[in-house]
Design a protein around this ligand. Structure first.
Ligand SMILES: [Cu+2]
Length: 126
């Protein structure tokens, strides 16, 4: 009986370690971030510098959502962000931060890219 308890304790400890590793390492590797949820909705920030960081942002379904793009790159390449599916093409050079409203009425994925379709990112609604 005591041995079973020991095994259980070890298993629980291993699961806790795996859970922590998942939270801290997996999102980092895949460069995924969840939107910050506030009283008026949710917002995610994407830094535009030699690409998109994070590359994937996750919004919750059914809550007003937006993604704020912060341009920190001076190349013409990344000066526009294009959401083909949403008909959005924004010039990021006008303001330090440019907001794109994301429809969250249904689950889905919205790909975005630079004006020349070289760098890619994704907004996931789930
Ligand atoms: Cu480009």
């Amino acid at each position: 009986m005591a041995d079973i308890m020991k095994i259980l304790v070890v298993l629980v400890a291993l699961m806790a370690i795996a859970f922590i590793a998942y939270w801290f390492l997996a999102p980092h590797k895949e460069s995924t971030a969840n939107a910050q949820v506030g009283q008026k909705g949710q917002a995610a920030t994407v830094v535009v510098k030699g690409g998109y960081s994070p590359q994937t942002v996750v919004l919750k379904k059914g809550m007003p959502g937006k993604v704020n793009f912060q341009l920190k790159d001076s190349t013409a390449c990344l000066s526009h962000v294009v959401f083909d599916d949403l008909g959005v093409d924004k010039d990021l050079t006008k303001k330090p931060q440019t907001t794109v409203q994301i429809p969250t009425d249904k689950a889905g994925e919205y790909d975005f890219a630079c004006g020349m379709n070289m760098f890619h990112g994704k907004v996931v609604v789930k």
